[in-house]
Design a protein around this ligand. Sequence first.
Ligand code: ZN
Length: 279
Amino acid sequence: MKIGFNEATALKCEGQSLMADLEACEKNGFDYFEMRFDCLAEYVKEHSLEELAEWFENHRIKPWAYNTLEFFNQLDSFQTMAMDWHLSWIKEVCNAIGMKMLIAVPSFDVGLDKTVEEIKHEAADRLRYIAEFMGPDIRVSLEFCGCPNCSINQFGTAYDVVKEVDLPNLGITLDTFHFHEMGSSLEDLKKADPGKIFVYHLNDCEDLPIGSCGDDKRLWPEEGVVDHGSIAKVLNEIGFDGVCTIEEFRPEYYRMEHKENIKKAAEVTRAFVNKYYKK
Ligand code: ZN
């Protein structure tokens, strides 16, 4: 299985930048790179997308996904307009550098007057629009978040939305922290089409009551209580073969030296895939 790096992992380390991340990831053997919107926004203040495309052409590591289209559902008209602008920018970036994936995160705190069914149908409408906007060459991956107040917070619910839309370029992100945090079901994962799992985010979680953890409670894989063995067993059984991408947000890891953070991220991700996946 190929390994990827998400820029959240070293985001607040001293000396971090898009280029610093890319150079360190290339050096440490990552295959793919998930780019954050804020890191890219900093980069384009002084560089062009053409420069970035040229960098990728001359290096081994390849762009994997754009992180993130945040809060795509339950929007008012102004928010919808702003999202359209963001989508146009993402499409321009994807086309310029040959990136083929957009990760989309659902809205939080949408009120208690909407049922899960209502939320699912509205999200399906929005995602159909987004997937069609991006076009068939760019995949859109719905990332449910394991928080009580996220409008789509379990694997099964997110997968229902993906099934309802039923477009080849719409799939799901399986983030192991989020999977654990709202008690997503392995039975739901077993029923999933492996080809619909577009993104696999790797991390772990402190031993705290489920649903109570913020992203800062993430840990390096296998240092916490996420049942990685069972998740990996199901992914192997259903025939998943994708990219395993490390994604941390831990303040303690931000205090590491930037190079050390990425070196460690590569080591733990490689060890993880070697342990659980054959190829
Ligand atoms: Zn994630």
